[in-house]
Design a protein around this ligand. Structure first.
Ligand code: I6G
Length: 790
């Protein structure tokens, strides 16, 4: 353990290194070290501070975790009021503002030929967040406050300290002794999406938009919650100052940046109204691709002497204006809720709205996702709702305005029968297998049970079946599919392959030539790859990637059809829920008939064949026992059982005395195991799964991995970037099978790095250290040289 003096020196060094990295990351947007290295330094500091608590200071990078919850926020009086900005909505409003500025400064007006003096304006995006004030005394953050009513705000000091890019201490030198920094606390779009996903998963409240999420997160009495939220800060100006600052707005922001304060990367100088308008348009064009939401841009007279001369009118500066973009949210009325039926039969509620313009587009429908969302929103027909249209996403109902609820609202009810085919609508069930038990819970999706007897599902299923990435039948657009179904010519994808010229020609859009072309395209689609065919079947939750995995690993439609759900979970990225979807799809008699018809009508799958070694790679009996989820049998217990009995049957047959002899298997676990296998259905199912795994080529590997004598024994490999020809787990298994260790970070001890597309800091480090780098193809070649199947 270092002595106190050495610890203090190391702590100072670590803090200054971490501060410098934070600055490069958050302010300059030029990360200088990989995240893993940052984490290592951070943990070293944390450990030293735990050992020497007397050396902890409030400005240490470790002090951002939040502290004890408050019972209420204190009040903060703003020495210099926090004002609001006047708004411009149209080009003319902005030109009027520029004219008022020139007149206020007594500058010559422009003539018809554009003469006159152009005023210099700073231009910044107006982030959609919350205005806050940060007070620094002698370079240390001493207080954070909300804007409140502009004169008095709330003391949120403990909360702002948790925001990663708020400096706890200013960098460099020359800062005023008292410096109040003002800016916006906001949440990025990705941070917002991730937070909402987390909240949904935890059954918590989700937020309607990033602004609400930022406000809700910042105003938490428990600052530990604030610390867990992805908040960011962007500085746009100063309040009270004791000391010297540059004499222009941009000069001040640049100085603040130098002291570690994050400022907008979009900060620009514009001369005159025309350049301001060009800035407005250019940011407007990029609005959707920015990482955060903005509601406009702000123009400020850059020269501080001019600002002083112009002064204020009421509570707005005469030297600044916010030029607003169209709002992303609007109020409207929910006229009705209708139900749409999708390809997999999901019956989803769609809001029919009183048409309203949102961000320049008239919106009359919005998604309500599912009935859980309807319940979460508490929305009723007749309500006034907030509609949001951001980016490319379909407009959403994000909130109900309860204060405006009329007395005659009606509840939204899921129909008992399908609005298209009249079949029964049932709620999906979620299967969870835990500790030997299958539990079912209600899912959020309702499904029409009509399958292909439902015209809506049939149309969608055929549209999917013929689509480019599925069977790739050109010439069959949505309209044509609708006609074929409505005319009764096609009742399943298999019927496409019996269509005759006379049946098609004369339908809308089909003259002789286009009919011939369509029939030729149908004929050409007869030889799909197995992956394409599986994807084209439209199995719920099976996208292209999963279809490829199924095809590559099992290599025959017959095997995919017969695979038990537990067997499917051995495939990369196939969880139990998806496995059940696949299994029940192929169990369904109607689906089986359609597949048989397709094969009988000439579909020839191209790449069926032998099982891929990937599937047979790496399973152990212990892993299998663990997967059975027997209560109280964890991995180590499963390993001991596998070593002692050597086979599933041996474990099933083991009696109580045998089990008690297994080292470290306690009484509870032994009893639980016996109880599990005493049920004949459990033993039988385990045998069936094992038999199918063996049939599919998976044989239990030895439990004890001895690497001595293996070709890569003693080597350390690192996998980075995305691998496209195999999953990472498979690559790792291949390497471990040859005796190599697979590590998470690159060091001088690394033997080789396998780098796929998107590889970043690990690849850079490998190059820096001169470590050998292989791309995925070269890796496969190397594996093949060792006789490992690729
Ligand atoms: O609410 C604001 C957003 C952005 C501002 C602001 C700003 O500058 C980029 N600047 C001032 C001076 C005020 N509010 C009062």
């Amino acid at each position: 353990m270092p002595d106190a003096q050495a610890a203090a020196e190391r702590i100072a060094q670590l803090r200054s290194e971490l501060d410098a990295h934070n600055y490069r990351y958050h302010v300059l947007d030029e990360p200088s070290i990989p995240d893993a290295e940052y984490d290592r330094l951070f943990h070293e500091l944390k450990a030293l501070e735990t050992e020497h608590p007397q050396l902890v200071t409030p400005d240490s990078p470790t002090q951002r975790v939040g502290s004890l919850a408050l019972s209420a926020f204190g009040e903060v009086k703003h020495e210099v009021p926090m004002l609001s900005l006047g708004n411009a909505f149209e080009e003319d409003d902005l030109r009027d503002f520029d004219r008022r500025v020139r007149e206020g400064l007594d500058l010559p007006a422009g003539d018809l030929f554009g003469g006159g003096v152009d005023v210099e304006y700073s231009c910044e995006p107006k982030l959609d967040g919350l205005a806050v004030s940060l007070l620094y005394r002698d370079g240390l953050l001493v207080r954070g406050a909300t804007r409140g009513d502009g004169s008095t705000g709330e003391d949120i000091s403990v909360n702002v300290r948790t925001i990663r890019n708020v400096p706890l201490k200013l960098q460099g030198s020359g800062w005023p002794a008292v410096l109040e920094v003002r800016g916006e606390v906001f949440m990025s779009k990705t941070g917002f999406d991730a937070l909402n996903a987390r909240q949904l998963e935890a059954g918590g409240k989700t937020f309607a938009n990033p602004r609400n999420a930022a406000a809700g997160s910042l105003r938490q009495l428990d600052s530990k919650i604030t610390a867990s939220r992805p908040l960011e800060f962007c500085c746009y100006g100063v309040g009270q100052v004791q000391g010297e600052l540059p004499d222009s707005h941009i000069g001040i922001l640049e100085a603040l940046k130098g002291w570690g304060m994050p400022i907008s990367r979009e900060l620009k100088l514009a001369k005159g109204a025309d350049e301001c308008l060009a800035y407005y348009r250019s940011i407007g064009e990029r609005r959707e691709s920015l990482a955060y939401e903005i509601d406009g841009v702000v123009f400020k007279v850059n020269n501080l002497a001019y600002q002083r001369e112009l002064g204020f009118r009421a509570r707005e500066p005469r030297w600044a204006i916010a030029h607003k973009f169209p709002a992303l949210e609007e109020l409207t009325e929910l006229l009705d809720v209708e139900f749409q039926v999708g390809r997999t039969g999901a019956v989803t509620p769609v809001a029919r709205l009183k048409p309203v313009k949102v961000a320049g587009v008239t919106v009359s429908n919005a998604t309500l996702h599912n009935m859980d969302e309807v319940a979460r929103l508490g929305v009723m027909i007749g309500d006034t709702v907030i509609i949001r249209r951001a980016g490319d996403v379909i407009p959403q109902v994000v909130q109900v305005v309860l204060e405006r609820r009329p007395s005659d609202v009606r509840p939204v009810q899921i129909p008992e029968s399908c609005p298209v085919c009249g079949s029964h609508v049932e709620r999906t069930q979620l299967v969870k297998r835990s500790k030997g038990k299958e539990t079912f819970s209600e899912g959020s999706v309702y499904r029409c049970v009509g399958r292909l007897a439902c015209a809506a599902q049939l149309k969608q299923a055929i549209i999917h079946f013929v689509s480019r990435r599925a069977m790739d039948i050109e010439g069959l657009g949505e309209k044509s599919v609708e006609q074929l179904v409505d005319e009764g010519l096609v009742a399943s994808p298999a019927d496409l392959y019996t269509l005759q010229f006379e049946q098609i020609v004369g339908l809308e859009g089909f003259a002789e030539l286009s009919t011939k072309n369509l029939l030729a395209a149908i004929a050409d689609s007869r030889k799909p790859s197995l992956a394409r065919f599986i994807y084209a079947l439209g199995i719920p939750d099976v996208g292209e990637e999963t279809a490829k995995v199924l095809a590559r690993s099992l290599a025959s439609l017959e095997r995919v059809k017969r695979a038990l759900p537990e067997v499917l979970t051995y495939l990369p990225d196939v969880g139990l829920e998806v496995a059940h979807e696949i299994h029940s799809f192929f169990e369904d008699a109607h689906n089986r008939t359609v597949i048989e018809q397709l094969l009988a009508r000439g579909i020839e799958l191209q790449d069926e064949g032998e099982l891929h070694a990937e599937f047979a790679a790496c399973a152990t009996l212990a892993g299998f026992i663990d997967k059975l989820n027997i209560p109280f049998i964890a991995v180590t217990g499963a390993e001991k059982l596998a070593v002692k009995f050597g086979s599933l049957q041996g474990i099933i047959d083991a009696d109580w005395l045998d089990l008690r002899q297994v080292e470290r298997l306690n009484e509870k676990a032994a009893r639980s195991l016996r109880e599990f296998f005493d049920k004949p259905e459990n033993a039988e199912r385990a045998r069936r799964i094992e038999a199918q795994l063996h049939e599919f080529g998976m044989h239990w590997q030895s439990e004890k991995k001895t690497v001595e004598g293996l070709p890569l024994a003693g080597q350390t490999w690192v996998l980075t970037g995305s691998l496209e020809l195999m999953s990472r787990d498979v690559a790792k298994d291949k390497l471990e099978g040859l005796g190599a260790k697979v590590a998470g970070s690159v060091s001088a001890k690394t033997t080789c790095v396998v780098a796929g597309p998107g590889a970043g800091s690990k690849l850079a480090k490998a190059n820096e250290l001169g470590v050998q780098v292989l791309d995925e193809q070269a890796f496969l070649t190397a594996m093949a040289a060792y006789g490992v199947a690729t």
